[in-house]
Design a protein around this ligand. Structure first.
Ligand code: GLC
Length: 414
């Protein structure tokens, strides 16, 4: 899990046939994720398959996508190899319903992304919908085209899931993690068998929490949901940049760079990872707005990445900090100051016991010491740490102050 813990921040990419309808079918705009359009609009399979004939993303460039992830400061990339619609975005031998055999584009996107991630030093990971499959007669979930009760999951599991997982884990090099989804009421013996199958093929491949029954290597939080408290286990929040995973031209409700930076810091301050999504369009372009936001966050990470990457669990204070968030690594507490203090420009932290040897602005190459005072009020049994900041706010979104500690961090957690 070391690479996963160090990474803290990854790119999720939802791309498939659903980028063509892009949330609209027969003139009706459907809510929720556009990757669910086939189910939400109850599109007959024969109709939906016609999108494959149109799929020709001539602008697709794995190099550009991976370069964006690098510029954004994202250390891993999770790509939808097969989503709920059952369409494989790689050259699958066990199903000609795939991007190489069924589209005029005819290129293996998973292979191109795997090769680019290797070249550019991004950990390559794959999303795979292991239970829902709206194309295969025995996959779960298509209850509008065929009678739901006819599904025979064991057939689907043997004919499609295991062969495709074998293809993905033997033909595309090392896969950092497999991101399973919507296990619903899949029986535990299949989930266990899938875990063993993955471990037999690539022992180092991490499995996410949506394999089901807590059999994964880390806790998968709900979509766009950040836990209220710190979790000592490994965990990850998947997050959309707007309100859809797949591309939707009319969803312009994007989070700002400030929103993303504060969400990333919030997640990391609680020992989690943020997997932030982009949904490329039918031509293979990542929306310009998404690119802008990710680049802005990347600029902040270029200066402040030390306070995010490789950070670890620390004893949290039992009250909300009104100025921002803490993160921690190697005897350094990082104060993420979202709210600049008013005069005398001081931040006061109660209950922090460890001696602070030095405080300075992470963005200051000279590490000029900031005034620090630590007192203990015996009658109130209260530790007080004061850090004096410059009058002028340094970073309008999140200014990071480093506290070099004289030992492990200790807090008064009552
Ligand atoms: C939900 C959605 C799925 C999406 C996933 C991402 O499971 O059903 O479309 O891929 O969230 O977290």
């Amino acid at each position: 899990m070391k690479w996963f813990r160090d990474a803290r921040y990854g790119m999720f990419i939802h791309w498939g046939l659903y980028a063509i309808p892009a949330g609209t079918y027969q003139g009706v705009e459907y809510p929720f994720g556009s990757e669910w359009i086939m189910k939400n609009a109850r599109i007959p399979l024969a109709e939906y398959k016609k999108y494959a004939k149109q799929f020709n993303p001539t602008s697709f460039s794995a190099k550009d996508w991976v370069r964006l992830a690098v510029e954004a400061g994202m250390k891993y990339l999770v790509f939808t190899a097969k989503h709920h619609d059952g369409f494989a975005m790689y050259h699958s031998e066990c199903a000609d319903y795939n991007i190489v055999d069924a589209t005029p584009f005819g290129r293996d996107v998973v292979r191109e992304l795997a090769e680019e991630c290797k070249k550019q030093g991004v950990v390559f990971c794959l999303y795979y919908s292991q239970y829902q499959d709206w194309e295969h007669p025995n996959g779960y979930g298509n209850d509008w085209d065929r009678d739901a009760i006819k599904k025979d999951f064991p057939i689907y599991f043997e004919q499609r899931v295991k062969p495709q997982i074998r293809e993905l884990l033997t033909q595309y090099g090392p896969i950092g993690l497999l991101w399973f989804d919507t296990p619903y009421d899949m029986e535990i013996e299949y989930c266990r068998e899938l875990v063993e199958y993955v471990h037999a093929l690539q022992p180092a491949c991490i499995i996410n929490g949506r394999i089901g029954y807590y059999l994964g290597d880390y806790r998968q939080m709900g979509d766009n949901s950040i836990p209220a408290a710190t979790f000592s286990c490994d965990w990850e929040t998947p997050m959309t940049l707007n309100d859809t995973w797949g591309y939707k031209d009319y969803d312009q409700n994007f989070k700002s760079p400030a929103d993303v930076i504060k969400m990333l810091v919030n997640v990391v301050s609680k020992n989690g990872n943020l997997l932030l999504n982009v949904g490329p369009d039918a031509l293979g372009n990542i929306p310009e707005k998404s690119v802008e936001i990710l680049r802005e966050v990347g600029k902040w990470l270029k200066v402040n990445g030390e306070s995010v990457y490789g950070t670890t669990l620390y004893p949290t204070l039992p009250y909300e900090l009104d100025w921002g968030k803490f993160t921690y690594k190697d005897h350094k507490m990082y104060m993420h100051v979202f709210q600049w203090p008013i005069t005398p420009y001081e931040i006061l932290v109660y209950g922090f016991k460890t001696k602070v040897k030095k405080a300075y602005l992470l963005s200051d190459p000279k590490k000029m010491p900031l005034p620090v005072a630590q007192t203990f009020e015996i009658a109130r049994d209260q530790h007080r740490l004061r850090v004096r900041l410059p009058e002028q706010q340094i970073d309008p979104i999140d200014t990071v102050v480093v506290l070099e500690l004289d030992g492990e961090p200790e807090v008064y957690n009552t």
